[in-house]
Design a protein around this ligand. Structure first.
Ligand code: 5GP
Length: 116
């Protein structure tokens, strides 16, 4: 079984986070180290360590990440100007927390996808 991360504790309310949305499938909260004026993390409540571990049974929760992204982008007032959704996988992708999460970044131009 995969090892829990700090994100499981945030889902259960055991450690504080600025939670912006939660339902039976997903939780969204502000990133502790924001890289843009809006930087939210949207995560499935079920522990999936990386995108490599995604299974068909996860499709409902993973689809919910996008509907919650749309809702939160509207609430943050960044929908029209735009934003970036990112999911990092493993070392080359820059993943640090092994509970998959969608970054929602906006509020200013995010810049090129890959800074050289
Ligand atoms: P990754 O590099 O794995 O794609 O992104 C992990 C993100 O989680 C980072 O942006 C980091 O700032 C954020 N993060 C790590 N620990 C915590 C925490 O305890 N609380 C919150 N709100 N964000 C965290």
């Amino acid at each position: 079984m995969a090892e829990e991360t700090i994100f499981s504790k945030i889902i259960r309310g055991e450690i504080p986070a600025d939670i912006r949305y939660q339902d039976d499938l997903v939780t969204a909260f502000r990133d502790i180290s924001p890289q843009a004026p809006t930087h939210l993390l949207i995560i499935p409540n079920v522990l999936i360590p990386t995108v490599n571990d995604v299974e068909e049974s996860h499709e409902l929760a993973l689809g919910r990440l996008f509907t919650v992204a749309r809702k939160l982008a509207a609430e943050e007032g960044i929908a029209e100007d735009g934003y970036r959704l990112i999911m990092n996988c493993n070392q080359h992708g820059g993943q640090e927390v092994f509970h998959i999460h969608m970054h929602l970044l906006g509020g200013e131009p995010i810049g090129p996808l890959r800074a050289k």
